[in-house]
Design a protein around this ligand. Structure first.
Ligand SMILES: [Zn+2]
Length: 103
């Protein structure tokens, strides 16, 4: 097992922190008690952006013609595909309820 150099470990930590900061900011905006017009506009742009992230990850983890994940190169559904499916289809998640209301 190799160990990351301190420089690489710090770079990875910064990458993780940056993502968490963005997610925390988006969550803070979504959970505000009152939304200003600017908040509405930000959320109107934010939701499609977040959905695009999910779509992009899902797309990269679709199976190829052999039934293998195109990115992980493991039998499909790979761990990432299973995770996305589980989170999107979680009955406690609004994704599931909004889909049922559309049908
Ligand atoms: Zn995969």
């Amino acid at each position: 097992m190799t160990t990351l150099s301190p420089t690489v470990a710090e770079a990875y930590k910064l990458l993780r922190t940056q993502i968490y900061e963005h997610l925390d900011t988006a969550e803070f905006l979504a959970l505000k008690d009152f939304w200003s017009e600017d908040d509405h506009e930000a959320l109107r742009q934010l939701v499609p952006d977040l959905l695009q992230v999910i779509r992009a990850v899902w797309h990269r983890h679709e199976p190829n013609w052999t039934g293998t994940c195109r990115l992980c190169l493991r039998e499909w559904p790979c761990a990432t595909a299973r995770l996305i499916h589980r989170e999107v289809m979680d009955p406690e998640n609004y994704f599931t309820r909004i889909h049922e209301n559309e049908g």
